[in-house]
Structures are given as structure tokens and as C-alpha cells.
Design a protein around this ligand. Structure first.
Ligand code: GAP
Length: 444
């Protein structure tokens, strides 16, 4: 089968394999599992936390560290209602909800294949009138439970950037075009969470608001669409499994002159990883009007004052981590043996190196510890001395570790170790005092 046709029909079992691997190897656990599990909420285990952190680090590196025109922010999650009043979320951040009068199941009307038939019980004509259901989680600040104490858990990180526009402008000496980037948790009371960590009520976003002179907004919109696509490709996504889909006129928000989704070919079909939107001056104008503060920029060179337009690349960290897991998953048959290998880019791999003493014998332990000490300061490394070396290689392949370093009895004489590369399974004998340089060349 050509790669094209393989991709148009993704492995129907891939989803189950990823869910299974995630649990078995400690990437993702069902939250509160010992109490029967808290639906659609997940905990990231020892390997998942590393993968997720690597996805976020790769994003931060490309969006903040390697640029002179983007700065970071970490705004609060608890937010007063005025913010959501001005942003439009209190009025509009809702999904149309219908109840089935036969089986009491709740569904999102806009996600139903047939808007008249309940997919849970198959009854037709059993839905109530659609009601708008606001997706924000509301809670109270302080001990008095009245409406004056209402606060919301943010449903997106974006508003933190808009309401800090003037703070950042005044303190960072940036001027348009410049951006504010943020990674953090967001919360949405999704009616139909599902597909594992794809749609959850608590998730992480990686968003950047890029403020530009109005006349330049289309050029910057196209620039960010391309730059964000390149990020996924650079980290190893197959070009045939990722695409940019422009929204048509009906899909566009009223203030947006252009929005495109980065979509990945999940086992259930194409679905969104990230939205890139040209939001015009909507957000800054809304907050300026509601707060009475000036949220604009005086361009001294041209002696003009304007409200910058905003280009927003908004990605999901948790969703993207799962897409990278799916993209990396491979089963390979070698000499009648099938191995599972996660062909993750080394920047995303939870462990970069595993140190494996050939046997648990005391004679090898001090040298194996010496090797672990060499690598651990620079790379996240695992140390594993249980079971046969073949089983240990298989375990590291399955979680995507790019290099295994084996300490054997010859090591004691020749001060060299065997380094095995994950994808090719090729082995090199490397002197211990060259190991650091050898790995650095290959791990970048
Ligand atoms: N500020 C714009 C904004 O929040 P969005 O398309 O609603 O735009 C951006 O969200 C990204 O956040 C999505 O592309 C997706 O990757 C992620 N995301 C949104 N809702 C999510 C959920 N319930 N679970 C996991 N990720 C989600």
C-alpha cells in the first residue's frame, strides 16, 4: 500500500493501541481511577508529563526564545466576569444542547449527523428544543456565595494577553509588530468530551497574540499560517497527515477576516489541532471600551495612533501531544518478531537516553552509574537493569527513547559502551570519554 492510501485509511485499531500504550506505559491515566474514574479527565503519568513538557518547550522555543518580537506571559486562571462580558464569552460562548425525551441523553445539536435522531437510543423526533449552554466554569471567590463574588475559570488563555496589552507594551519596549505568548490550562464544560484527551474539560493551550499595524494584517496572517504548519512538519509530522483548512464565510466569526485550522488525520478523520485567526481590532477595542483604558499604539514615525490588529495562532498542547504519539506509532516486523516503536523526534521523546547495564552484577553497577551521571545532567535519561537486554530494548523502543547505552563486561576493560539507535537498531561501540559528544551530535 502506498503511504497515500495508507493515510487515507488510518489503522482502525490505532486509537485503541494509543489509549492502551498510554495507560500501560504511564503516559496518561484516567483521573481518580481508584474511585472509579472521573469521566473525561486525565492525569499525565511519568512519561506523559515529559512528552507534554517537550511539546510545550518546542512551542516556546520556536514562538518565544528564537524570536526577538515575541515575549511571554503567565496570566491568572481565575478571571472576573467583566473580562468575559467584554470578550463576548458570557453572551456567546455556548453550544446548542438538546435532550432526548426517550433516554435522557444530552447531545450537541451541531455535532449530530441527523439532527432529528438520538444516536444513543435511535429514537427519531425525541429531542427537546435546543438550548444554549454556556461552556464556562463558574465559581466563587471568597466565603460569601453571592453573584458579586462570581469568577470564571478561563476557557482560553487569549484574554490574559489582551488585557495585559498595555502592561506589556509599556514594560517590554516592544512595538507592533510584536506578540505575547502563553501556555497554560483552560477549562470548558464540554457537553460531549471524548476521543481520549482530544476533547476534555480541562486542557492546556499554547496561544500567541501577534499585534500588527492594520494594513499589514493579511501579510502576517499568511506568515503565521505557514510558520505554524512548518513547526509541525519540522517535528516529524507526515506532510500527508497534516493540512491547513481555510474557514469559509459561514464559519468565520463576524470580526475575523480570515481563519484557518491546522488539521491532523486522526483515526476518526481530519480534526483540529490549532486555529490561526486574523481577529482584526475586535479584542482590544472591546476591552478598551469596557474598561475605559486606552489599548492602542502611537506610532511616532508616522505620527498616527491606531488600535493594532491581532493574528492569533491558538494550539492545544494536550491534543497536539496525542497527535504526535499517533504520528510516531509504528509496528515493525524484523526476523518474524514484531516490535512497537515510537518514532518520536528526539526533541519530543520522554527519555533521550537509557542506560542499561547488561547484568545486575555488582561489577557493572559502578560503571553504569558513572555513565548515568554523564548523561543525566544534559538529557532526561532512564536507568533500567531489570530483565533481558532484548526486553529492555523493546521497552525503550515502545516509549520512543532514541538511544540505549549498554554497559557490558568488555566495558570494564576497554572503557567503551554499545550505543543502539532506536529507528535503525544500529549499534556503535563508543569510548566512554567520547559518549557525551557522540550523543550531543545526534540529539542536537
Ligand atoms: N483563543 C482562541 C481559542 O481558544 P479554540 O479553537 O477554541 O481557539 C484553540 O482553541 C485550541 O485549543 C484548539 O485548536 C484545540 O487544540 C485546543 N482545545 C480547545 N478546546 C479543547 C478541549 N475541550 N480539549 C482539548 N483541547 C482543546
Amino acid at each position: 500500500m502506498s503511504p497515500e492510501s495508507a493515510l487515507s485509511a488510518p489503522d482502525p485499531d490505532l486509537f485503541d493501541k494509543i489509549v492502551n500504550l498510554s495507560k500501560r506505559r504511564g503516559f496518561v491515566f484516567q483521573s481518580a481511577e481508584i474511585y472509579g474514574g472521573f469521566r473525561s479527565t486525565y492525569d499525565y503519568g511519568p512519561l506523559g508529563v515529559l512528552l507534554l513538557r517537550n511539546v510545550k518547550d518546542a512551542w516556546w522555543r520556536s514562538m518565544v526564545q528564537l524570536r526577538h518580537d515575541v515575549v511571554g506571559l503567565d496570566a491568572s486562571i481565575l478571571t472576573p466576569p467583566q473580562v468575559w462580558q467584554a470578550s463576548g464569552h458570557l453572551a456567546n460562548f455556548s453550544d446548542p444542547l438538546v435532550d432526548c425525551t426517550n433516554c435522557n441523553a444530552r447531545h450537541r445539536l451541531d455535532k449530530l449527523d441527523d439532527p432529528d435522531t438520538c444516536p444513543t437510543c435511535g429514537t427519531s423526533g425525541s429531542f427537546t428544543e435546543a438550548r444554549d449552554f454556556n461552556l464556562m466554569f463558574k465559581t466563587q471567590a471568597g466565603p460569601v456565595a453571592d453573584t458579586a463574588a462570581d469568577v470564571f475559570l478561563r476557557p482560553e488563555t487569549a484574554q490574559g494577553m489582551f488585557i495585559n496589552f498595555a502592561n506589556v507594551l509599556n514594560t517590554s519596549r516592544k512595538k507592533p509588530p510584536f506578540g505575547i505568548a502563553q501556555i497554560g490550562k483552560s477549562f470548558r464544560n464540554e457537553i460531549t468530551p471524548g476521543n481520549f484527551v482530544f476533547r476534555t474539560r480541562e486542557f492546556e493551550q499554547m496561544e500567541m497574540e501577534f499585534f500588527v499595524p492594520p494594513a499589514d494584517s493579511q501579510r502576517w496572517y499568511e506568515y503565521w499560517c505557514q510558520t505554524r504548519m512548518d513547526w509541525y512538519l519540522d517535528l516529524g509530522m507526515d506532510p500527508a497527515a497534516i493540512r491547513l483548512r481555510e474557514h469559509d464565510a459561514e464559519e468565520l466569526a463576524h470580526y475575523s477576516t480570515g481563519t484557518a485550522d491546522v488539521e491532523y488525520l486522526f483515526p476518526w478523520g481530519w480534526d483540529e489541532l490549532e486555529g490561526i485567526a486574523n481577529r482584526g481590532d475586535y479584542d482590544l477595542t472591546q476591552h478598551a471600551n469596557a474598561s475605559g483604558e486606552k489599548l492602542d499604539y502611537f506610532d511616532q514615525a508616522n505620527n498616527e495612533r491606531y488600535t493594532p490588529h491581532v493574528i492569533e495562532p491558538a494550539a492545544g498542547a494536550t491534543r497536539t501531544a496525542m497527535a504526535f504519539l499517533m504520528a510516531a506509532y509504528d509496528e515493525e516486523t524484523v526476523n518474524d518478531d514484531t516490535r512497537t516503536v515510537l518514532r518520536l523526534d528526539p526533541r519530543l521523546a520522554p527519555y533521550k537516553v537509557a542506560v542499561l547495564p547488561l547484568s545486575k552484577k555488582d561489577t557493572l553497577t559502578p560503571t553504569a552509574h558513572e555513565i548515568f551521571d554523564i548523561v543525566k545532567g544534559r538529557w532526561m535519561a532512564d536507568y533500567d537493569e531489570t530483565q533481558s537486554i532484548g526486553k529492555r530494548y523493546a521497552r525503550q523502543d515502545e516509549v520512543g527513547t532514541p538511544f540505549c547505552v549498554t554497559v557490558d563486561f568488555d566495558t570494564l576493560d576497554d572503557r567503551s559502551v554499545t550505543v543502539r539507535e532506536r529507528d535503525s537498531r544500529q549499534q556503535d561501540r563508543v569510548a566512554i570519554d567520547r559518549l557525551d559528544g557522540y550523543l550531543a551530535e545526534r540529539l542536537a
